[in-house]
Write a protein that binds this ligand. Structure first.
Ligand SMILES: [Zn+2]
Length: 344
């Protein structure tokens, strides 16, 4: 294969006076975290890979499902057939787009036990998440470590985004205090739906802001929260006011980063499913589990997980003991099934 010189591949970008060769070199030395690889994260990871960011840390807890293909631009039918983890499927796709980038796929639930490791060394964190608890966790980790992050959310035909630069701009807690305490949002993409182009638009905005930061042009980022409704053709901006005494960016209280020690559950947005996350201190003998379950059930496997059907539910177990129980949104039913077949 003939190698493409950097000048050729990025010619339309380096000729931009806003980026130039210097900006391109800065980009090549930067690491970006894409947290969540749904519609927002897929589109952002695609844009950042093509722009030539040096390393992309791709984080998602889920596997590719047929309902993802309508709007999640990194995934293909075969990924759903193989039940591939989204992080692995995304890295596989993007390697074909830009092989010069270092990809770090991470198939984990973002939680207090791993978030600080995930953001370490990153120039930016791009929000592709589907719930406000995890966004609040990312906000605390990014403020604590001084890492800029790009909030983004979409639902139905509308979306919003904001650039958060710790110590400079308002943080997510300034905008939405105590949002991390909310368990489940009242509306989800499962019940309301998502228009694919809205996600692409929000992700484009986030990625553009991420590029500004990575090429050293932080002064060019927006100081406003942007809101768009593509069906209503409504575009608006709201000023972001930093709150004096904000618990997170003012007082540096990072309560969500405290480690939990129990099995945690969460209903997954867009899926009739419950996720179960073992505490960071636990360990699972995955091979033993595979042997044990293999005697009772027909197992589907790939290098990242095993899948079986028990008590009318599809169950996926990852190597770290994390599981997803499909066909229910009841945490207790999922915990009961987990206890019965996996342990804990
Ligand atoms: Zn704040």
């Amino acid at each position: 294969m003939k190698a493409e010189p950097m000048q050729t591949r990025y010619a339309r970008q380096t000729v931009l006076k806003e980026i130039g060769q210097d900006g391109q070199h800065m980009l090549a030395g930067a690491t970006a975290v894409v947290a969540g690889l749904g519609a927002l994260g897929s589109n952002s990871a695609n844009l950042l890979a093509r722009a030539g960011v040096g390393a992309l840390r791709l984080v998602d807890r889920d596997i590719v499902d047929w309902t993802n293909l309508q709007r999640q631009s990194l995934f293909e039918e075969e990924d759903a057939v193989q039940s591939l983890p989204k992080a692995e499927a995304a890295a596989r796709y993007l390697k074909r787009v830009n092989s010069a980038i270092r990809y770090e796929p991470i198939t984990e639930d973002i939680n207090p036990g791993n978030i600080e490791r995930i953001v370490t060394g990153a120039a930016v964190v791009v929000d592709g998440l589907d719930n406000f608890y995890t966004r609040a966790l990312v906000n605390q980790a990014c403020v604590k470590h001084g890492i800029p992050w790009l909030y983004g959310a979409c639902l139905g035909t509308y979306g919003s985004a904001a650039t958060i630069i710790p110590g400079v701009s308002a943080c997510l807690n300034c905008l939405l205090p105590d949002i991390g305490q909310a368990t489940t949002p009242p509306l989800t993409c499962e019940t309301v739906g998502v228009l694919g182009p809205v996600a692409a638009m929000v992700a484009a905005w986030q990625s553009s802001e991420a590029l500004k930061i990575m090429v050293g042009k932080k002064d060019a980022v927006s100081s406003h929260l942007v809101h768009v409704d593509l069906w209503q053709n409504d575009f608006s901006t709201l000023p972001m006011t930093r709150v004096a005494g904000c618990a997170v960016c003012g007082q540096h209280k990072f309560d969500l980063l405290e480690h939990g020690s129990r099995l945690a559950t969460a209903s997954l947005c867009g899926r009739d499913a419950v996720q179960i996350v073992p505490p960071p201190s636990s360990s699972l003998d995955f091979d033993l589990l595979r042997q044990t379950l293999g005697r009772i059930f027909t197992l589907e496997q790939n290098p990242y997980l095993l899948k079986f059907r028990a008590d009318d539910h599809d169950v996926v177990v990852f190597h770290d003991g994390r599981a997803m129980v499909f066909g229910t949104s009841d945490p207790n039913a999922a915990l009961s099934l987990y206890g019965k077949y996996i342990g804990g």
